[in-house]
Design a protein around this ligand. Structure first.
Ligand SMILES: *Cc1c(COP(=O)(O)O)cnc(C)c1O
Length: 388
């Protein structure tokens, strides 16, 4: 244990921004009759669908629940799902929940996103799903995945947990589902907007939308048009095996309030990202994230790759040195195929996805969140430059 505790407050790698409007929105719900299954959830869904430009939206308890019922609602049967190893475990776990075998394909070392070429190479007759993750907020190469899936019986689900607000190359907001069957979002506090815990699915597929509504709430429907019988006002039918993945009204009110600030959050994130790029441009031992001229990207993480060998320091040493200057960091992500559960149940092993592993060995996420002051940003820059 280190005897010294930093005396300056630590800037975390990410943090929510909650203001008086958010507080008032939640308080209003607490004083209203409905704490769940009420108007706030429906309003948040309508706002989010309108914001991203999708026809339908279903809000749920968290991003993992969104992945789960999205994949369940696509009714793919058994087979394989392909995703990136450079993601949070929830993306591939959801495939396993619905009886698909998770298969990984390596990343593009420049974009850090799922590589279309590696995905193509991983396709088999059993492939049912491709789930690209818009890592750090940068949209994956969706037209390439759409083209791959077009002539085959393959669904596409976008994991946009990092990418609310971002636009695709050539336009369109992430979540409008122009390239996919559905898109999922997470509103965990480290994400770009938060509802405490929370998630959502957007889609343009009416059939999927109806199945999602049922799967979110035990597989139960009360819709008169869908009932096989209707003996009285108490009646409901469980027509599928669903879950209780509902979002509370408090979460929905907070989510809607945060969504109203998304454009402002995004502008601040973009300004910080631009300053980091400028400040780190000359460092030959540090690789910056890809720049995206002409494309509006809402970056969720600022991940640099550091040549630890060249600077003669290990990653733990660098993390400690930065923490001593009040700069918190994190690593996104330990490649999922290296997790013990995947090694044990799917036989994955070190060396299988070399680009993801090489990236992981060098990755470090620097602080990036809208409430950072200019002084915070300069503190991060000074601390990073002082490493060498
Ligand atoms: C956060 C995250 C999830 C899971 O979202 P939760 O709301 O925490 O369940 C899934 N995928 C990615 C890429 C994430 O970052």
């Amino acid at each position: 244990m280190r005897p010294e505790v930093p005396t300056i407050p630590v800037i975390p790698y990410g943090r929510q921004s909650i203001d008086a409007e958010d507080e008032a929105a939640v308080l209003a719900v607490l004083r209203s009759p409905l704490l769940t299954q009420g108007p706030a959830t429906a309003a948040f869904e309508a706002d989010l669908a309108a914001h991203v430009g999708a026809r339908y939206c279903v809000a749920v308890a968290n991003g993992t629940a969104a992945l789960h019922i999205c994949m369940a609602g696509l009714e793919m049967g058994s087979g394989e799902g392909i995703t990136t190893p450079n993601t949070f475990v929830a993306t591939s776990n959801a495939m396993a929940y619905v009886g698909l075998t998770p298969v990984f394909a390596d990343i593009d070392p420049d974009t850090l996103n799922l590589s279309p070429a590696e995905t193509e190479a991983a396709l088999t007759l059993q492939t049912r799903l491709i789930a690209p993750v818009h890592f750090a907020g940068l949209p994956a190469d969706m037209p390439a995945f759409q083209a791959m899936a077009a002539d085959r019986d393959i669904r596409i689900v976008e994991d946009a947990s990092h990418a609310i607000g971002s636009e695709y190359v050539g336009g369109g907001k992430v979540g409008d589902c122009r390239y996919s069957d559905a898109t999922i979002f997470s509103f965990h506090p480290v994400k770009t907007i938060t509802s405490g815990e929370g998630g959502a699915i957007t889609t343009n597929d009416e059939g999927l939308y109806q199945r999602l509504l049922m799967l979110r709430s035990h597989g139960i429907t009360r819709d008169p048009a869908r009932l096989s019988d209707n003996p009285g006002p108490w009646w409901y039918e469980q027509q599928a095996l669903g879950f209780n993945y509902r979002m509370t009204e408090m979460q929905a009110a907070l989510g809607a309030s945060q969504l109203r600030k998304l454009d402002r959050f995004m502008a601040r994130r973009q300004a910080i990202v631009a300053r980091y790029h400028q400040a780190f441009a000359g460092l030959n031992w540090l690789v910056r994230p890809p720049e995206t001229p002409g494309q509006s990207v809402c970056q969720h993480l600022f991940v640099v790759q550091i040549d630890f060998e060249a600077i003669g320091q290990t990653r733990p040493e660098v993390m400690t040195a930065l923490l001593d200057q009040g700069v918190g960091t994190q690593v996104h992500y330990i490649p999922v195929h290296l997790q013990p559960w995947y090694r044990q149940t799917h036989g994955t092993a070190t060396g299988q996805y070399p680009a993801a592993e090489r990236y992981y060995d060098r990755a470090l996420s620097l602080p990036l969140f809208p409430a950072m002051t200019d002084a915070d940003v300069e503190r991060v820059i000074t601390a990073v430059r002082a490493l060498v």
